[in-house]
Design a protein around this ligand. Structure first.
Ligand SMILES: Nc1ncnc2c1ncn2[C@@H]1O[C@H](COP(=O)(O)OP(=O)(O)O)[C@@H](O)[C@H]1O
Ligand SMILES: [Mg+2]
Length: 382
């Protein structure tokens, strides 16, 4: 038996639920292996009621404290249910897990306010008490306290697994909001990472407005959008938003790119004679996601690779448009690199929990703008 086979496993669970509010992604990772290994992954979709409760807190409205407080506990219960189902599937016990890295559900992200803050719910303490497992959470808070954006936190991990000494690599993660990690060839000190703007969020919102009874609630494979025509005037109007031209570090969220933001750009069309069908708007929103990503990729590198990740990578229309807009870049998937796309972000939070336990810094100041690298997170015990 080799020494590696003898060493006891060091299992961590990463728990991620992004701003799409589609559901909970879990990854079970063994850090006793070098390199560490994804052992298993699991997904539990939110039901419609929970998703509506989450999205109703993305923008200011009545009685937010009571609603957020209750949802904080309810989500912890749902996270715990997902963990318990996962442990059952994997025939593991709570004592087998070193810790859970819990990102939580972001309901507000205001890193540039006079009093900057970011708020993730899904109570860490409750999760620890229900599961009987240590929980590391509140990963974004210290970076914000050190003057950073608190986001994105995935670039440090991207750097570890995707760096390439032959070409520039752009890792584009299309979740509700889209973020990029730029790994320039042989220049690890010049790594960049920031939110490019909307990913699937507006596509989901606009689709659900027109198909409220659709059980999956997404424009599957972009089929509805494909029946529409891109309106260049609307696209230009949306692309003129100041966020797209802001220099990095920068991050954004659903409190900014939401349906009212879209409506503010549609005002011009209410009085004009231009006929704009709902599906044309969907097509234009898809073009907005692709164009804003492509503009950034081409600013950062004239050629190289684009690793397309996140739920948006499943949308063939999105993949195809980004390829067309970036003809000198090669679009690949995490799978092409031996990494599972759907558990990638959950894996990062397993790694951040491991990093907490081993006193490893989790943020990159060049990315977030924090004043120094630091160990991220806080630990909660059962
Ligand atoms: N086959 C598909 N066609 C179109 N969109 C898809 C498809 N699969 C996933 N998506 C999009 O991906 C989103 C979920 O992506 P995800 O990476 O989980 O985002 P987040 O990190 O914000 O939760 C869904 O809300 C949906 O918009
Ligand atoms: Mg998700």
């Amino acid at each position: 038996m080799t020494q590696q086979e003898q060493s006891p496993s060091k299992l961590y669970i990463g728990l991620m639920s992004g701003t799409s509010a589609d559901g909970i992604d879990l990854a079970l990772v063994d850090f006793s292996k070098n390199p560490h290994q994804l052992v298993a992954s699991y997904y539990q979709a939110y039901d419609d009621v929970t998703r509506a409760q989450i999205t109703s807190l993305y923008t200011p409205s009545d009685n937010e404290i009571d609603r957020a407080g209750a949802l904080d506990k309810l989500l912890a219960q749902q996270f715990a249910d997902a963990i318990n189902n996962f442990l059952l599937n994997e025939q593991l016990l709570p004592k087998d897990i070193c810790a859970i890295g819990n990102h939580g559900q972001t309901i507000r992200h205001r890193p540039t306010d006079a009093q900057p803050f970011t708020l993730q719910i899904g109570c860490n303490q409750t999760l620890a008490c229900i599961t009987g497992i240590d929980v590391v959470g509140k990963f974004r808070d210290k970076d914000i306290a050190l003057g950073g954006q608190g986001a994105p936190l995935v670039p440090a991990y991207h750097q570890e697994i995707f760096k390439d000494d032959k070409q520039d690599v752009n890792i584009v993660n299309i979740g509700g909001i889209s973020n990029i990690t730029f790994l320039p060839v042989n220049q690890s000190n010049k790594i960049l990472g920031f939110d490019t703007g909307p990913g699937n969020a507006l596509l989901d919102d606009w689709y659900r407005l027109h198909f409220p009874d659709c059980p999956i609630g997404i424009d599957l494979d972009g089929k509805w959008g494909a029946t529409g025509v891109v309106n260049q005037q609307l696209l230009n109007s949306m692309l003129s938003d100041a966020y797209f031209a802001l220099p990095a570090p920068k991050s954004t969220g659903r409190e900014y790119f939401h349906i009212e933001w879209l409506r503010s750009h549609l005002v011009a069309f209410a009085t004009d004679d231009i006929e704009l069908m709902a599906q044309d708007i969907q097509a234009t929103l898809l073009a907005l996601t692709c164009q804003s990503i492509a503009d950034i990729v081409k600013q950062l590198s004239s050629e190289g690779e684009i690793v397309l990740c996140g739920g948006g990578a499943h949308n063939p229309l999105l993949r195809q448009q980004i390829s067309t807009l970036c003809p000198d870049h090669k679009v690949v998937t995490p799978q092409d690199k031996g990494v599972d796309n759907d558990s990638l972000e959950a894996l990062v939070f397993a790694w951040l929990a491991y990093a907490y336990d081993h006193n490893i810094n989790g943020n990159l100041p060049a990315v977030t703008g924090a004043s120094k690298p630091t160990r991220l997170g806080l630990k909660f015990y059962p």
